[in-house]
Design a protein. Structure first.
Lengths: 317, 139
């Protein structure tokens, strides 16, 4: 409970903003919420969450909004920049300052990297980064860590393969940052040359003292993994469409490749997927990406409660 | 060539030859009427050649960012003809509006009036990272 109290009024801009014990407290709360959701149905009654999505989103926006609604709170916001005053040229600073007058917590997704930091500087209410360009996506990381914890029973001593767009993949950058402080993590970075991880991400791995390797071949790497984290090559991050077309189908995980994977390996994906995981893999019990999406809602409920300082509701009757 | 010593002011010495103009430009003192001397390619036993800047009647200069331009230079503060303090420039921990972030996806390229802030990552490699997007820049 003390760890959760420490979160009150804080921002979540990148995974390093919360300590390991603070994240564990959120995961424990997410577990409790999932076990008895009705107990939390009015936990955030009277509170308002503002979802400022300057970029399209399905899972993140809907899971935040659903999380707030399932806690008995309400939501306001927009789902594209064109329907906000950003279209009139309003700055991020002015937008969040204004929204902070109406809402108790602000969730922001913006194509520019570091936009959430600008927002947090000017906001009087907690700011949550729901994705800033190709930079970070810390609530996806909470989702990913909770999923790994549930499926593998631990978030340490794992061989983690990250595959696809590792250059612009913000979920990858955030997950690496969070896992690199865990003991015994070994990263296998699987990407085409053009989509290798940025140097600052490699630095995070090295500072964390983790082993890591790079390869272009998913087939070569898959047999040695505990976790395979697939990502989409994101069309919206390319300035040149030719490059996107050339790289978009670099990796396709199908049944044939899954036959080479260990029995205990799990396949994760932040979704949405395009071609990188064949639909036939969905039926494989090792494919946990839809469970992952569900976990995201519960961990966001826990996060909202933590940042707003909402106490554990009393057990009814 | 002879340049008089100064009574009150600052002497920036041991500047790598060729960097003097950049430092002078960064100081932004071109509107001052006091004497300013820039000596280029002076003989130096340590550096071979060096630049020197002398600023008369000016003691209040923000030298934090100068370390980014030349971290080997020294700044001497002169009062009434005597040396009162000597500082060796070092890489600053935080640099504001000295390095520009070149990442086209960084928020600094879009948000009006936002300062470009870089934080020192490693003094050995002289690397800085953008406070917003984490882009690494080597000085």
């Amino acid at each position: 409970m003390d760890e959760r109290k420490a979160l009150v009024g804080r921002n979540l801009l990148e995974p390093g903003d919360f300590s390991e014990s603070e994240m564990e407290a959120l995961f424990d709360l997410a577990d409790r919420i999932q076990q008895v959701p009705a107990r939390y149905a009015e936990a955030a009654k009277g509170k308002v969450l503002a979802a400022l999505f300057f970029e399209p989103s399905t899972r993140t926006r809907l899971s935040f909004e659903t999380a707030m609604l399932r806690l008995g709170g309400q939501t306001v916001g927009f789902s594209e920049a064109q329907s906000s005053s950003a279209a009139k040229g309003e700055s991020i600073a002015d937008t969040v300052r204004t929204v902070g007058c109406y809402a108790d917590i602000t969730v922001i997704r913006h194509p520019k990297e570091g936009s959430c930091r600008v927002a947090a500087t000017h906001s009087d209410v907690p700011v949550v980064n729901a994705g800033d360009g190709g930079h970070h996506h810390p609530t996806q990381t909470l989702t990913d860590l909770l999923t790994i914890r549930r499926e593998k029973g631990r978030t340490c001593h794992l061989r983690v393969g990250l595959c696809g767009d590792l250059k612009f993949g913000r979920t990858v950058h955030s997950l690496i940052k969070a896992l690199s402080v865990q003991e015994g993590i070994e990263f296998c970075l699987i990407s085409p040359e053009e989509l290798r991880v940025p140097s600052y991400v490699v630095r995070m791995i090295e500072v964390g003292g983790c082993k890591w390797s790079e390869t272009r071949s998913l087939g070569e790497a898959i047999s040695g993994l505990d976790v395979l984290y697939m990502t989409r090559v994101q069309k919206e991050r390319f300035f040149n469409e030719e490059d996107y077309i050339r790289l978009k189908d670099s990796y396709i995980l199908d049944e044939q490749k899954m036959q080479q994977a260990p029995e205990g390996m799990i396949v994760m994906h932040p979704l949405p997927r395009v071609n990188e995981i064949a639909a036939e893999v969905d039926a494989d019990p090792r494919a946990v990406y839809f469970k992952q999406a569900r976990n995201g809602m519960y961990v966001r409920m826990a996060l909202i409660m933590g940042l707003l300082g909402i106490e554990e509701p009393e057990t009814r009757g | 060539m002879e340049v008089n010593s100064i009574e009150n002011g600052i002497v920036i010495d041991h500047i790598k030859a060729g960097q003097g103009l950049k430092i002078l430009s960064h100081l932004g003192i071109d509107t001052r009427t006091d004497t300013v001397a820039l000596i280029m390619n002076a003989t130096s036993s340590k550096l071979g050649r060096k630049d020197i800047i002398k600023l008369e009647n000016l003691l209040d200069v923000d030298i934090t960012a100068l370390g980014l331009l030349d971290c080997g230079a020294t700044v001497s503060y002169i009062e009434k003809g005597k040396l009162v303090r000597k500082v060796k420039l070092a890489l600053p921990d935080r640099a504001v509006d000295v390095i520009r972030c070149k990442n086209p996806r960084c928020v600094t390229s879009a948000e009006p009036g936002l300062e470009h802030v870089f934080l020192l990552v490693d003094p050995q490699t002289q690397e800085y990272r953008c406070e917003y997007c984490d882009e690494i820049v080597k000085i």
